[in-house]
Design a protein around this ligand. Structure first.
Ligand code: AMP
Ligand code: MG
Length: 479
């Protein structure tokens, strides 16, 4: 399909006009294409050759509208760092329409009704970060929004430094957030709350449409999807950085990539957001924050669902739903097929061991994926290898209870524990190059992001330990 035949629909516009604002994007100066993701283009049946069509840049820049395109910004609210903000919304994003269930959105495309005092723009660095990381997360098997392309420009922005503005074309099966429900709950607009629940059920939980108990089951499934999403983040070492309720997807996806980071050395208390002085969104806190956010969602849904039933589910989140999701993720990382009572202890002890050892999270699990009883390959990764002796004794004992062969275990673990992840220092290098008009590293990192489990000898340098001076990079929301 070409841009001429691309035809978009906008199911969200069937909702009341309080849900959105119809608005045009504001074009950037001298836009140029930085990168195009052919894999994502396939999802909306766009030919790869579309990237050569000058109209493609115009599509991102808002100066070309395909058939059916009626841009709008979505309205939502949200708890930001525990404080309620009654009106947020897409302050710098325009929704263009839907194709094959993917809602296309440009981020950084200018002011909307919801911009408040901000400029409606996204700087080149944060746009490159979102473009690459959403692709990496997808290939790591973690539910996420995707990104089709990124354009740069000569439009200047005032951030910590002067930056150039960019636009990323993002796509998602849903852009509805916990905060979208909060918006109508706090305004006491219960009819609209119900309309929104029906819309989301039809879009993201269609098997519940005819269910007599659909609202409660919907809440239950949001909670379950959220639990398994966060467990996946913990397993891979992803720190979101801004888990406000407006950044929590109602469909259980990773959305709104801001000051995120992948762990370098394992550190439970690592905080990647430099403005988060209290460490509310520290890596180790993410499961608790998700719980807190789910309690806010439950409150927002209380006009539709009996609160005592939701409270019970929330209790289960802490007691069994999240712990079980996490144990599943970790057992898979450890190459364990059985689920035994002692696994909880094995995992807890591993977390303490990793914390004390000063060891690269990703490299450790990759090395463990070839573990055959010889410990040196793990010891040499740690600054302090001592704690590993005790833990590996436990692991050896536990492995004896598995029936799978060592070889098969290794094969499975090498498909679970990536060799390549995108660390902030690599993204920084790609950003520095891009600012000089060189996009080679963006393409390289895109390729790496798409092959996290492969051995790529030419890119070996991206699989090593993070250079000491580049460990634990933190960013702010405006980076
Ligand atoms: P975020 O921290 O990126 O999730 O953004 C929180 C809220 O601020 C959302 O409503 C965004 O749309 C809005 N926002 C962030 N940056 C800008 C900007 N440069 N211009 C307008 N709105 C923004
Ligand atoms: Mg956001």
């Amino acid at each position: 399909m070409t841009l001429n035949t691309l035809s978009l629909k906008s199911p969200y516009l069937n909702l009341d006009d309080e849900f959105y604002d119809i608005c045009e994007s504001t074009p950037l100066d001298a836009p140029y294409l930085i990168s195009f993701n052919a894999q994502v283009a396939k999802l909306i049946e766009l030919d790869t050759s579309t990237q050569e069509d000058p109209k493609f840049i115009e599509l991102l820049n808002g100066t070309y509208k395909p058939q059916g395109c009626k841009p709008f910004a979505m309205c939502y609210a949200g708890h930001q760092f525990s404080h309620y903000a009654s009106r947020l919304g897409d302050g710098r994003a325009h929704n263009l329409g839907t194709m094959n269930g993917w809602h296309l959105q440009t981020k950084g495309s200018g002011e909307t009704l919801y911009s408040r005092t901000a400029d409606g723009r996204a700087a080149l660095p944060s746009s490159i970060r979102e473009y690459l990381m959403s692709e990496a997360m997808h290939h790591l098997g973690i539910p996420t929004t995707r990104a089709l392309a990124i354009i740069g420009s000569k439009t200047k922005l005032l951030r910590n430094n002067i930056e150039y503005a960019a636009i990323v074309m993002r796509m998602s099966p849903s852009w509805v957030r916990f905060g979208t429900f909060e918006y109508f709950y706090y305004l006491k607009e219960h009819d609209k709350l119900k309309d929104l629940a029906d819309y989301v059920i039809a879009e993201s939980y269609p098997h519940l449409t005819q269910d007599e108990d659909k609202y409660f089951k919907f809440f239950t499934e949001v909670l379950e999807r959220t639990a398994s999403l966060i467990a996946a983040w913990q397993g891979i070492g992803f720190c979101h950085g801004v888990m406000n309720t407006d950044n929590m997807s109602i469909a259980g996806l990773t959305i709104d990539y801001g000051p995120y980071a992948m762990l370098d050395d394992f550190k439970f208390g690592f905080v990647c957001n430099s403005t988060d002085k209290a460490g509310r969104y520290a890596y180790g806190e993410q499961p608790n924050v998700a719980y807190w956010n789910l309690t806010k969602l439950a409150q927002a849904l209380s006009p539709l669902i009996d609160s005592s039933r939701m409270d019970k589910k929330l209790e289960e989140y802490g007691k069994s739903i999240y712990p079980n999701a996490y144990i599943d993720v970790m057992c898979k990382k450890l190459g364990l097929e059985l689920r035994l009572p002692e696994d909880q202890q094995l995992i807890t002890s591993l977390i303490g061991t990793l914390q004390d050892a000063y060891i690269d999270h990703t490299q450790f699990f990759r090395a463990l994926s070839r573990y055959d009883g010889e410990r040196m390959s793990i010891f040499e990764l740690a600054m302090n290898p001592v704690p590993f002796d005790t833990w590996l004794n436990m692991y050896d004992t536990r492995l004896e209870k598995e029936s799978r062969s060592q070889e098969d275990r290794h094969v499975a673990m090498l498909q679970t524990n990536p060799k390549y992840i995108l660390k902030n220092y690599m993204l920084d290098q790609a950003i520095v190059q891009a600012k000089c008009g060189n996009f080679t590293l963006i393409e390289t990192l895109l390729y790496i992001a798409q092959h996290p489990y492969d051995e790529l000898p030419e890119y070996e340098k991206f699989a090593g330990e993070t250079p000491e001076e580049h460990k634990n990079i933190t960013l702010s929301c405006s980076s």
